[in-house]
Design a protein around this ligand. Sequence first.
Ligand code: TRP
Length: 333
Amino acid sequence: MEATEKKEVVFSAIQPSGTITLGNYLGAVRNWVKMQDEYNCIYALADLHTITVRQEPAKMRKNIIDAYASIMACGVDVEKSIFFIQSHVHTHAELAWVLNCYTQFGELSRMTQFKDKSAKHADNINAGLFTYPVLMAGDILLYQADKVPVGADQKQHIELARDIAARFNGLYGDVFKVPEGFIPKNGARVMSLQNPLNKMSKSDENVNGCVHLLDDPDTIMRKFKRAVTDSEACVRYADGKDGVNNLMTIYSSVTGLSFEQIERDFEGKGYGDFKAAVGEAVVEELRPIRERYEKLVKDKAYLESCYRAADEIALKISSRTLGKAMKKVGFVR
Ligand code: TRP
């Protein structure tokens, strides 16, 4: 690779709607950290997206700061990457409005996440929930991102962002880079420890299903010891062994061991040993993160200086794209 070659731009965001889970970490944030040297990385806390579901104001404020500190504790480095807070950068809401007028009702009606969420929050199917993917498209397009690492559940939204970008470019010339979504190969899809057919989620009604980034070691061990397995008592990856498959996925993701190696290491051993090993590996992976978090979260002034600086750069970059798009549409600039 040429030293002069420009690094590609990576954009991704995560909602600060509660604690960061082991699933968020192994599925997304850990990859954000890894990509920092190879790409120009721009990351955001998507707090505007969060209010599509009703939030308690004081809790939301705390969640945003906690998520910012947690993600820094995971290794997102503000010296290398831009890590900002979406609501602090007004171009996001503005471009979302413009793009709303270039997105069809029918397209948004086909979004499976909208269908799922409106079934789940039947008493609050607000317009924001419906146009959520447009705000997300704007997030990405503002930074002319080349690559957008996301979980499989966001793939349809990336496709929509590409369609919107291509449509806009078709009308007005090259305004937006058409981004490429990708699901990182090493980004594990972590399932609930209690119901391994569902994604690990902070809204799991069974608290033992979800490991939080900041859980203490005893809590982590307890959750893994109670993890659902099966009656075969054999550590192997196979259809129908969803609980064990999930534990193997987590273990492999944390230790770097292959499934074959794990099967060999635990040959003849019971699930008790295996669950303890997975728990210990996770405890050790999360220990330094929790320690860094404890320090960071106490220093609110430092955190604020980090996001203020990032917000400012994000505003500068995104304003160029917004200005160009609005000019093309016909606004007087
Ligand atoms: N909707 C994403 C999620 O819930 C978060 C998000 C918002 C995002 N804007 C984005 C992800 C832009 C990638 C790019 O996971």
